[in-house]
Structure formats: structure tokens, C-alpha cells
Write a protein that binds this ligand. Structure first.
Ligand SMILES: Nc1ncnc2c1ncn2[C@@H]1O[C@H](COP(=O)(O)OP(=O)(O)O)[C@@H](O)[C@H]1O
Ligand SMILES: [Mg+2]
Length: 261
């Protein structure tokens, strides 16, 4: 059984890419899982942060356009397999016009899905056709949130998008949880945001991960070295926190799959 997880929040800078990369690397390094990471953001940061060339290689855009078989777009890194993205993907809104335009990613993944234990999809800071494609392909969503009041705005639209995908295209889409990133336990705001996050999570039938990812510059430095946070700064707070988070993800998925059996 392959588990497909999309990281989403239409706000930028909340830790989607960082969490995608830490989750993909963590599942493979700590649990020996076979992982495919898909960069579904035209900004291409996930591929870049794993040290890949995103300008001269086949991308997820080429796959969706039918120009390249998906197998040929998969690149290997020390942590996981990855399909990169680049700015051309931003044309999707205008270019994908077929009646089943929301199903493009799901269909594209079909030939390789059985090769992996996990597929992790990083999404753009938007609620658009790319986001919807990711929601349709996914079993679970994880919503990273930074402890800023502004990062709570717009979660109503996020909920509406999830509801509409559940209604029409993917009834079993589950929100695995909200993960607080860039967290500083000492600030009052952080506590308030945590309570608000719990409230929002409740409204979408989900919860907040127990683990919060503490803020540290080590996270920002790791991509420049093409290393995961665990290898770049093993004893840093985010490295320890992300390890806990990956454990929580594993536990939750086991629980959910037992419940649905
Ligand atoms: N725990 C953290 N501590 C400090 N900086 C972080 C942390 N998580 C992410 N960042 C930084 O915040 C910025 C935005 O993170 P990113 O993962 O790219 O967000 P998104 O993909 O949601 O736009 C990046 O520069 C990243 O290095
Ligand atoms: Mg990103």
C-alpha cells in the first residue's frame, strides 16, 4: 500500500517545502521507506533544496504534458527519489483545459505508485488547479502553519477547497493534522496561535500535531548544502523536532489505516 501525503497551505513561507523535505528524508532515513517526493510548486524549491538541477532536467510539467514518461523524470538523491518542478508549471491553470483537468497528477502517478511506500507532494502557496490536483491524488493532507496571526487568515478558503474536493473528487481525503513550524515556545503569541490552530483543526475534523517545529537558522542553511536537516545539523532543535514529527506521522497513518479496515 502506498501512502500519498500532500503538504498544503495557500500562504507562503509557512514551512511547506521544509516540512516536505524533512518528511521525505525522515521516512527514508529512519523507517527505511521507499519515498518519492514531488515538487508541485512552480518555484521549484524542493528540488533545489535537495541539490538538484531544476533547469536542465525533465520535470513534473513535462510528465503532465505527456512529453516524458514519469519514470524518466524521476531523479535519485541520497534520501529519496524526486520529481522536480520549474516555472513552466505555473502555466498549468491555462494549459490544463480538459474535462478531467483535476485528475492529471493522479493519472500521471499511476505507473510508478506501486514502487513506493510514500509519495510526498509539496504544493504551491495557492489554492488553484495545482493544489486541487494534489488533493485529488493524496490520501492525507498535512497543513504547516507558522505562529503568526496572518497565517491563520485564509484557512476558511482552505477548508472550502478541501470540502469541495471531498464532495466531488476524493471523498476519502483525510487531513492528518496541522503542524506548527518556526515555533518559539516562550512567546505568548505562540500559545495563542496554538489554541487557534487547535480550534481550526477541529473545524476541519483534524487536530494539531503534538510536536512543534522550533525555529532555528539550521533549517534555512541545510538546503544550501543539499543536505537534510538531520544530516546538516543533527543536534539542532528542528532536527530533533522533525524526527518526532515523522514518528507521529507514522503512528497516525497506522491508526487511520486500522480504523478504515
Ligand atoms: N523551523 C524553522 N526555523 C527557522 N526557519 C525556518 C523553519 N522552517 C522554515 N524556515 C524558513 O522559512 C522560509 C520559508 O520556509 P518554506 O519551507 O520555504 O515555506 P513554504 O514552502 O511554505 O513557502 C525558508 O527560508 C525556511 O528556511
Ligand atoms: Mg514552498
Amino acid at each position: 500500500m502506498t501512502t500519498i501525503i500532500a503538504l498544503t497551505n495557500q500562504k507562503g513561507g509557512v514551512g511547506k517545502t521544509t516540512t516536505s523535505s524533512a518528511l521525505a528524508a525522515g521516512l527514508s532515513s529512519f523507517y527505511n521507506k521507499k519515498v518519492l517526493a514531488i515538487d508541485f510548486d512552480p518555484q521549484g524549491s524542493l528540488g533545489f533544496s535537495l541539490g538538484l538541477d531544476i533547469e536542465n532536467s525533465s520535470t513534473i510539467y513535462d510528465v503532465l504534458k505527456g512529453n516524458v514518461p514519469i519514470q524518466d523524470a524521476i531523479q535519485t538523491t541520497d534520501y529519496c527519489d524526486i520529481i522536480t518542478s520549474n516555472i513552466l508549471l505555473s502555466g498549468a491553470e491555462l494549459e490544463f483545459t480538459s474535462a478531467d483537468r483535476e485528475l492529471c497528477l493522479k493519472k500521471a502517478l499511476a505507473p510508478v505508485i506501486d514502487h513506493y511506500d510514500f509519495i510526498i507532494i509539496d504544493t504551491p502557496p495557492a489554492l488553484n488547479i495545482l493544489t486541487v490536483n494534489a488533493y485529488v491524488a493524496a490520501d492525507h493532507l498535512i497543513i504547516p502553519m507558522a505562529p503568526e496571526i496572518l497565517s491563520l487568515l485564509g484557512l476558511t478558503q482552505l477548508k472550502e477547497t478541501i470540502d469541495s474536493v471531498r464532495e466531488k473528487l476524493n471523498p476519502s481525503l483525510n487531513v492528518l493534522g496541522l503542524i506548527l513550524t518556526k515555533y518559539n515556545r516562550r512567546t505568548l503569541l505562540a500559545k495563542e496561535v496554538k489554541e487557534m490552530a487547535e480550534n481550526i483543526a477541529g473545524q476541519i475534523g483534524s487536530c494539531v500535531f503534538h510536536t512543534q517545529i522550533r525555529a532555528s537558522v539550521s533549517v534555512a542553511e541545510a538546503p544550501a548544502h543539499g543536505l537534510s536537516v538531520y544530516d546538516h545539523a543533527p543536534r539542532s532543535n528542528p532536527s530533533l523536532d522533525y524526527k518526532e514529527f515523522v514518528k507521529e506521522v507514522m503512528d497516525k497513518i497506522t491508526t487511520v489505516s486500522m480504523e478504515t479496515k
